[in-house]
Design a protein around this ligand. Structure first.
Ligand code: HAM
Length: 449
């Protein structure tokens, strides 16, 4: 009887050393940038109580949960995102943590979704979040970090864009045009471009919007400049004042206040962009009111990062969530942050030829003509000092084989431990980068790297 060969579960990946090297390059660049911006690293468990997500994360993510009942009859879910865990950490130490603070994490996440390009069931996601301030400069800090990071990966400013929108702006506009409860229409607004105009109109009609309201909303979400948004807000105000839109709020002054609030929400984005412009990131952001985001907890600015031309899924997404801790039973502590997945990012970098070589590389390979393994191990220790990477044979073998191994492992320099001058503390060495032979002591060889 033949035994079936074990299969890789759908939507997961194996990381052979070649793939892991690329993964480490992504992790290193993420970590380096987060630390450059003075974010501190944290972690949490890979699974949580199911109820941390249900009702707070949003329909889509909840429908994609990997969950099970454990041996103690507890309902458990593998974490599909980090934000609820972060909120839990914040609530637990709400008093001790000095706010505002900036944290990052690089969790492994799980979502039971249809595996496809850019979407897997297990992936990694850099999270950067700022907790404890409502200031728009927190958003500016996060976006500057995103742009810096993508530049570090080698992408040019025109090759990616951070599209920025605002739930606050959308909510006030929805109120202004008399639309029903925004929470009910967000899922439809989020799918607007995916489902097309007809299905969009139908979904909104089902949520109780009139044709005129649907048209206004569609136009609003298509605005590409601050001027167009201002115009839309003022036009809606006029339509209401002329009695063309039946508003639930009949008092004219209240409607005026709503329009004012919409202008205020827009002004936040104006200030955000001006700040980023001053820091040299003006080309990296654009206004994109079609962005709503699927997650339920966002309350203010929301943003998504795309490749130029949006040919791929979002590289990153995030936003402000000022009431998540409250929703989870804690005090109200404002927060804002984003998640950047490794899958789409790696696809994009691969497309631009920006991933490093997946080949192994070591600084030194210690070779021996006489297969004197004690000398080999002794020399390896000496050359390893100071953080150098060192390899050597693990069994007796001919010099030709040792050199093959050194080449295969990407060694820069081969050191022969038992050459003629070894007794005097000098070694013959071969620089594999140009094939030249030399003689020198340990210091000279290290300097030749
Ligand atoms: P999200 O939009 O669900 O947000 O995910 C953010 C990013 O994670 C996406 O843009 C994508 O790059 C990556 N991602 C999501 N799902 C998958 C998947 N199945 N396979 C591969 N990559 C994926 C959040 O998760 C929020 N918690 C982010 C956040 C942090 N908001 C505030 N702070």
């Amino acid at each position: 009887m033949s035994i079936a060969i074990p299969q890789l579960p759908k939507g997961t990946r194996d990381f052979y050393p070649e793939a892991q090297r690329i993964q480490n390059y992504i992790f290193d660049t993420w970590r380096k940038t987060a630390e450059e911006f003075a974010y501190e690293e944290y972690e949490g468990p890979m699974f949580e109580h199911l109820e941390l997500y249900t009702g707070k994360s949003g329909e889509e993510i909840v429908s994609q949960l990997y969950n099970f009942v454990d041996k103690g009859d507890r309902e458990i879910a593998l974490r599909p995102e980090m934000t609820p865990t972060l909120a839990r950490l914040v609530i637990q130490k709400a008093r001790e943590l000095k706010k505002p603070f900036k944290w990052f994490s690089m969790p492994r996440l799980f979502r039971y979704e249809k595996a496809q390009k850019g979407r897997l069931r297990e992936f990694f996601q850099l999270n950067m979040d700022i907790i404890g301030t409502e200031s728009i400069y927190a958003e500016a800090d996060l976006m500057a970090a995103i742009a810096t990071m993508l530049r570090k990966f080698g992408l040019k400013d025109g090759e990616f864009a951070i599209g920025v929108s605002s739930r606050k702006l959308l909510a006030t506009y929805l109120d202004e045009i008399g639309a029903p409860n925004p929470a009910q229409v967000y899922p439809a607004l989020d799918r607007r471009l995916k489902i097309g105009p007809e299905a969009f109109a139908k979904a909104l009609a089902d949520a109780g919007l009139t044709d005129l309201q649907v048209k206004l909303l569609d136009d609003f979400m298509s605005c590409k400049s601050f001027e167009e948004v201002r115009h839309s807000i003022n036009e809606a105000l006029k339509l209401i004042q002329d009695g063309k839109i039946p508003n639930r709020i009949l008092d004219g002054s209240e409607i005026g206040t709503l329009a004012e609030n919409a202008h205020k929400a827009l002004q936040e984005i104006v200030e955000l962009f001006a700040t980023l412009e001053a820091a040299g990131y003006g080309e990296c952001v654009n206004l994109d009111l079609s962005i709503v985001r699927g997650l339920a907890y966002y309350t203010g600015i929301v943003f998504e990062v795309f490749d130029k031309g949006k040919s791929m899924r979002a590289i990153a997404g995030g936003g402000r969530y000022d009431s998540l801790t409250e929703k989870l039973g804690g005090d109200r502590i404002p927060g804002v942050g984003f998640g950047m997945g490794d899958v789409v990012l790696a696809d994009l970098l691969r497309e631009h030829n920006l991933l490093p070589s997946p080949k192994q590389s070591v600084d030194f390979y210690i070779a021996s003509f006489t297969n004197d393994m004690k000398k080999v191990f002794e020399a390896a220790q000496i050359f390893r000092a100071g953080g150098k990477t060192v390899s050597h044979p693990l069994a007796s073998m001919k010099m030709g084989k040792q050199l093959d191994q050194a080449n295969y492992q990407g060694a820069k320099i081969v050191v022969y431990v038992d050459g003629d001058k070894a007794a005097a503390g000098e070694f013959e060495y071969k620089d594999l980068r140009d094939g030249t032979m030399h003689v020198g002591n340990v210091e000279a060889i290290k300097a030749a790297l």
